[in-house]
Write a protein that binds this ligand. Structure first.
Ligand SMILES: Nc1ncnc2c1ncn2[C@@H]1O[C@H](COP(=O)(O)OP(=O)(O)OP(=O)(O)O)[C@@H](O)[C@H]1O
Length: 314
């Protein structure tokens, strides 16, 4: 089974057509079993988890939903999402990454550092990762752009044939050309919501945020570029924000010979993951994360201890 899927090695033509809507009018009592089951798992939060236990009761990724991952350029959206997909793999949930901005080997190299927990992983670590990812992760190899229809065919194929549970689209602007094509953006996000529901998968859609006055200001719900319908339609919205002000202050503090980083700076998060919209959960708020540079991992506290993503599962 190949890890990298391309139009050259996979025939997506059978998946181009939209399926006919199924009969959706049903008697209310046909949901009896589901309703009864829901009373037995009241308050139980379901869905795939992020790698950090402090997020488990707050953010989840359920089948049939779409999460928008927004952030300013270079603030770590792709890297954090890559780590999240490794976490999904560790939960035995299959992912497919469609990154139109990064070659598959670069995406995999980041994951190699994240799983090896250092910046010099060798051949053994690379082979171990690839063997562990077999049956857990796929990459759609398409740099540049894809049309919404072509991408939809890939998603249908991934749902039907590969039984993918998490599909990453990185990023929206690579599929809908034109920042002011508001109708195109609305239609595309609507299509993703339908595909997520039809195939019982979670779609993670990466999107750029406007910088605003400065990168030091955390982007909010209304900072997403393009149409307001993007945020309106998704189930969940997460913002990845990098604390560049801290990076500048640390650099400045370390310029003084013999100095160390002041405690109040150490305890400040390197990045925030902010939940601004959570349609099926109650929690909205900020999660502090610290970036471990050698492994490119986000870690849950200022000790910056990378997680053993593969080892703990073998
Ligand atoms: N808190 C942080 N401290 C230091 N480096 C960070 C931090 N967060 C992210 N980075 C680094 O920033 C770089 C950019 O990350 P990434 O490519 O994931 O960003 P992005 O938001 O997806 O960017 P783009 O929108 O341009 O695709 C990576 O090299 C990553 O290691």
């Amino acid at each position: 089974m190949t890890l990298i899927i391309t139009p050259d090695n996979t025939d997506f033509s059978a998946y181009m057509a939209e399926t006919e809507p199924q009969v959706k009018v049903m008697p209310a009592e046909s949901w009896t079993d589901q309703l009864v089951a829901s009373t037995q798992q009241a308050e139980r939060i379901t869905g795939a988890k992020l790698p950090w236990s402090k997020t488990h009761d707050l953010i989840r990724f359920r089948p049939g939903e779409v999460t928008l991952w927004q952030g300013i350029n270079g603030h770590g959206k792709s890297e954090m999402l890559g780590q999240a997909c490794l976490g999904f793999a560790a939960q035995d949930e299959r992912s497919c990454i469609a990154s139109f901005e990064m070659r598959p080997v670069k995406t995999l190299r980041r994951m190699l550092r994240q799983t090896a927990q250092n910046d010099q992983p060798g051949e053994t670590a690379a082979r171990r990762l690839m063997s562990w990812l077999t049956g857990r992760m796929w990459i759609y190899d398409q740099l540049g752009r894809a049309s919404p229809q072509a991408l939809a065919a890939v998603i249908r194929y991934c749902g039907d044939v590969l039984k993918i549970r998490h599909f990453v689209v990185d990023s929206l602007m690579r599929v809908v050309q034109g920042e002011d094509d508001y109708n195109g953006q609305k239609d595309f996000v609507e299509l993703l919501c339908r595909l997520a529901q039809d195939h019982g998968m979670h779609i993670h859609l990466v999107h750029h945020a406007r910088k605003g006055e400065s990168e030091d200001a955390v982007p909010g719900k209304f900072s997403a570029k393009g149409s307001g319908a993007i945020v309106d339609q998704v189930d969940q919205m997460l913002t990845v924000w990098r604390n560049k002000k801290k990076e500048r202050l640390v650099e400045k503090a370390l310029k003084v010979p013999g100095s160390s980083i002041p405690d109040e700076l150490v305890s400040q998060p390197d990045s925030l993951l902010i939940c601004d919209k959570n349609r099926h959960g109650e929690w909205e708020g900020r999660i502090s994360l610290w970036h471990h540079a050698p492994s490119l991992q986000y870690t849950p506290d200022s000790r910056r201890i990378p997680l053993d993503i593969i080892g703990s599962l073998e």
